[in-house]
Design a protein around this ligand. Structure first.
Ligand code: SPV
Ligand code: MN
Length: 626
């Protein structure tokens, strides 16, 4: 270790902390830590080496400093974020780019030099009077060439605690890799806190991503999506690294679908936030590998995927005993769970929007004291919990965990699914004709109505390619091209599917029940083994009625009628044409460098739709196409 840095660290860390760092032979790491300890200037420093005592210290500190409070059930705690800090802050999150570099209109960037000055101003002495936690993790399983070591510096015990639940321990990996570690770095400070231990200086909220140094800075925020370095912050660094090395970082679940004869077939699925990704990963009868972020690599002519995480920062709204048995059970079992922004009753139990049972008359939530009928500034009733309220839990606490979670080789991906919140255009499930058709019409053309997972207006149809738009550090055109090229050299690329759980009828009601998706996945599983046929429509391949009827009976014991099928699976010509117009316009006017093939594929789809319209009219039931 450099003598100056070593002196400084020894002085600031004390013997124990210093010994932990000194065991890692990596001068870059030591310099980074020394730099930000000096700059942020905490009073107290804790280095975690992932021992049970260290993890316990982080857990306990979150309670003693008030960032979390104990609930009635053993191991359960509650954390509140400020009422103005309840989702990802897209406006103040930016990719730092040198002058003259542009990533396109739809990606938030900040000019690197001035942004670095700005964030270092914000961070100067920000940890004075506080304790800081230095923690090591890996993104992905141990001993895997998928995985990336990462170091987090944070003055929030809640953030450090969340990360110990969500990510695999990394201290030993750093020791092992020494100077070879190509690690990601995260610096976070929640800044000044109010009496409820939530952020005071939201006007100085910043989340800046520096691709050049692989550092993400986050300040004056606590909400997990803005602060948990290894989650959405690391995602930007990983997409960039993957784009240079030929692998993908996707906003995807990974799950095992259980087919006939005990066969398990793995699928990935990309959905924008609050659009059913976690509930899909948790489908009854199937097994979960991951619910949010996957790395995908080509190995021996196949696509393989790992879950970057080992836990879930899950949305709690709507979880009920009938639709979500595994989550319901885990949430009601003693064990380590951090609830955030739910309602806490005087008895220290929790309640949320859509939970079984009566809404308690009063309690405390993200807005402070809460009672039934409480209104906000605009005279709007405040629900018991925030729609983006969450719970943080290790996947091993679920009874449906897939045994491949920690497989360093990842799982073989048979199918990739894309879905968004779409009330009027796409059918519930549809297979694309081939990889390129799928990447373009299901992935690159993905749209979704906005939700409470990000700050801002809800319900606005917005463009969200691969559900990854919030996390792209490279131009969209380049990202699409990398996805298209990814199948090169693969004999049988994964099938690509589009799903839509949010299709509505004329009366404005959903055409499907939440549990119907169980059938769609069983159908996709059979398709990936060529065990059911499909009907070609202008937009892709849809299930045959008889197969769905059988699966609905087998899986849900439901009588699925031909009328339901026809209504759900009719091709909606004018809606699909309008979608093509919208998507084409975006790629023509807002995206630089969209690959030519994208326009070809969309135009061919338009031609198929127009031809079918001539023959069959505007709404075409499957029987006309079979
Ligand atoms: C999402 O919003 O996509 C999440 C939660 O998974 S967050 O950590 O906020 O990104
Ligand atoms: Mn997500």
């Amino acid at each position: 270790m450099d003598a100056k840095i070593s002196d400084f660290l020894q002085k600031r860390l004390g013997d124990q902390g210093y010994a932990k760092l000194a065991k890692i032979d990596n001068p870059d790491l030591h310099a980074f830590i020394a730099r930000y300890l000096e700059h942020c200037n905490p009073d107290k420093i804790f280095v975690s080496a992932d021992t049970p005592e260290d993890l316990n210290y982080i857990r306990e500190t979150a309670i003693t400093n008030g960032e979390e409070r104990k609930l009635a059930v053993q191991g359960h705690t509650i954390h509140f974020d400020n009422a103005g800090d309840q989702g990802r802050d897209k406006k103040n999150t930016g990719i730092l780019v040198p002058k003259g570099v542009e990533l396109g209109d739809m990606i938030e960037t900040k000019e690197r030099d001035s942004a670095l000055v700005d964030i270092h101003d914000v961070l100067k002495d920000i940890m004075k009077g506080k304790e800081v936690f230095i923690c090591f993790f890996t993104l992905g399983p141990a001993n895997s060439d998928f995985s990336i070591p990462s170091v987090q510096i944070t003055d929030s015990s809640y953030v450090a605690h969340s990360e110990t639940i969500l990510y695999r321990p990394g201290y030993n990996e750093f020791v092992k890799q020494g100077r070879n570690a190509k690690f990601f770095k995260f610096v976070h400070s929640q800044g000044e806190l109010d009496e409820r231990k939530t952020c005071k200086n939201l006007d100085k909220r910043r989340i800046f991503i520096d691709l050049e140094e692989n550092i993400v800075y986050s300040a004056n925020t606590q909400y997990g999506g803005n602060t948990i370095g290894l989650k959405k912050l690391a995602m930007r660094l990983a997409i960039k690294r993957g784009s240079e090395q030929g692998w993908l970082t996707e906003h995807m679940l990974v799950m095992g679908i259980h087919g006939p004869k005990n066969r398990v077939t793995y699928f990935t699925g990309a959905f924008p936030s609050l659009c059913g990704k976690t509930s899909t990963a948790m489908l009854e009868g199937e097994t979960i590998v991951g619910d949010d972020i996957a790395y995908l690599r080509k190995k021996d002519g196949q696509v393989r995927a790992v879950n970057v995480e080992k836990g879930m920062f899950g949305i709690i709204q709507g979880i009920n005993s009938k639709d979500d048995p595994s989550q319901w059970k885990a949430i009601h079992t003693p064990g380590e769970i951090i609830f955030s922004n739910v309602l806490v009753t005087p008895e220290k139990s929790v309640h949320w929007i859509g939970k079984d049972g009566e809404v308690p008359p009063r309690g405390e939530n993200h807005t402070g004291e809460w009672f039934k009928g409480k209104k906000d500034k605009n005279d709007k009733e405040i629900p018991p919990s925030h729609p983006n309220a969450r719970f943080t839990i290790a996947l091993k606490q679920f009874d449906n965990l897939d045994s491949a979670l920690d497989d360093p080789k990842g799982v073989v991906v048979a199918g990739m699914v894309y879905g968004g919140r779409d009330s009027d255009t796409s059918v519930p499930v549809e297979e694309s004709f081939d990889w390129v058709h799928g990447i373009i019409t299901k992935g690159a053309a993905l749209e979704s109505e906005t939700t409470a997972a990000t700050l801002g207006k809800e319900g606005v149809r917005s463009f969200n390619p691969m559900s990854n738009i919030d996390f792209l550090p490279i131009p969209i055109g380049q990202y699409i091209k990398i996805n298209l090229d990814f199948a090169e050299g693969i004999q049988k690329p994964p099938h690509i599917y589009g799903v839509n759980y949010f299709l509505k009828g004329k009366d404005g009601n959903f055409l499907n029940e939440k549990t119907d998706k169980r059938v769609w996945y069983k159908w996709m599983e059979l398709r990936s083994h060529n065990e059911v046929e499909a009907i070609d429509t202008p937009t892709g391949r849809i299930p045959k009625y008889d197969d769905l009827k059988r699966l609905f009976k087998e899986v849900l014991n439901k009588d699925y009628t031909a009328d339901e099928y026809n209504e759900q699976f009719k091709t909606r010509i004018s809606e699909n044409l309008a979608k093509i117009d919208r998507i084409k316009e975006i790629y023509e006017t807002k995206v630089k460098g969209a690959p030519e093939v994208l326009f070809d594929v969309l135009e061919k789809q338009r031609a198929r739709l127009l031809e079918a319209q001539k023959k069959h009219g505007d709404y075409i039931t499957p029987d006309k196409l079979a």
